[in-house]
Design a protein. Structure first.
Length: 153
């Protein structure tokens, strides 16, 4: 009986070895700030209020589109939503929309990017940029995120 269980275990391991979904393998980066570090004022309501430059790699094969969002995790507030981004490794310049992307309405009620703007005096809020790879049917294949912080004094 022990050999059958071992053989079955090996068959299962090999069968699932090619599965591409394992959340968190897409690397999302910004030359403007490192993960967990403050977002520069230029990308907030106290500066130019433009989106930061971003780059990503490790998008899984079979991806048909990408989705990008920036959410204030402290206040559960959406600052930016972009869908329909061309799949594959890529980047976007500061203040630009990713290739093929369509901006959606954010929690400010506007289409486009709305930079971090927490109430003055609040502790730093955490802003998560998340890129999600989707297959032809809209199923999530993988995602990656980058978190920055910001506080207004």
């Amino acid at each position: 009986m022990r050999r059958k269980v071992t053989a079955l275990t090996l068959v299962c391991l090999f069968a699932f070895a090619g599965t591409s979904y394992a959340a968190g393998h897409i690397a999302l980066r910004s030359p403007a700030f490192a993960n967990g570090q403050p977002i520069p004022a230029a990308y907030t309501c106290t500066g130019k209020d433009i989106s930061p430059p971003l780059s990503w790699s490790g998008v899984p094969r079979g991806s048909r589109s990408l989705r990008l969002a920036m959410i204030d995790r402290t206040a559960n507030f959406t600052h930016w939503k972009v869908s329909g981004i061309d799949p594959g490794d890529g980047d976007v310049a500061a203040g630009a929309v990713p290739q093929g992307g369509r901006q959606r309405k954010n929690s400010f009620g506007k289409v486009g990017y709305g930079g971090p703007c927490p109430p003055k005096g609040d502790s730093p809020h955490r802003y998560a940029f998340t890129i999600t790879a989707l297959d032809k049917g809209g199923k999530v294949l993988d995602r990656g995120s980058l978190t920055g912080t910001f506080a207004r004094r």
